[in-house]
Structure formats: structure tokens, C-alpha cells
Design a binder for this molecule. Structure first.
Ligand SMILES: [Zn+2]
Length: 65
């Protein structure tokens, strides 16, 4: 089982119309660390314009430790 890892393939950030206001990228990154989730798919419905912004913020969270 060493080639398997925890993932969540359907998450919404606070940018999505159906996302909770508390689900910032920073909070998602913290929850990933806490729960041992190594892979996520952000599935925001509202716009693709936020994709790059979310990706850059997630990279910043990952690089901060
Ligand atoms: Zn959805």
C-alpha cells in the first residue's frame, strides 16, 4: 500500500458560489497537513480566473512549511 496516498478530489474554496466562506486556500492547506492529505482537486464552479490565484496561494502555503 506504499504507492497509495490520501486525496480529496472534490473541494470548493471560498471563491466558489457553493464554497464555505471559511474555506480559504490557507485553511485547506492546513487541513491537508492535519489530515495527511497529499493531493486535492479544487472544483470551484464560479470561474476559471481563480485557478491561477489559488494555485499560487497553495504553492505559497506548501513552501511555508
Ligand atoms: Zn462541487
Amino acid at each position: 500500500m506504499e504507492n497509495f496516498f490520501n486525496s480529496d478530489c472534490h473541494l470548493h474554496t471560498n471563491y466558489s458560489y457553493c464554497g464555505s466562506p471559511e474555506m480559504t486556500v490557507e485553511r485547506i492547506a492546513n487541513l491537508m497537513k492535519k489530515k495527511g492529505i497529499r493531493c486535492i482537486a479544487i472544483t470551484d464552479h464560479s470561474s476559471h480566473f481563480y485557478l491561477e490565484r489559488n494555485a499560487n496561494r497553495m504553492k505559497a502555503c506548501r513552501n511555508s512549511g
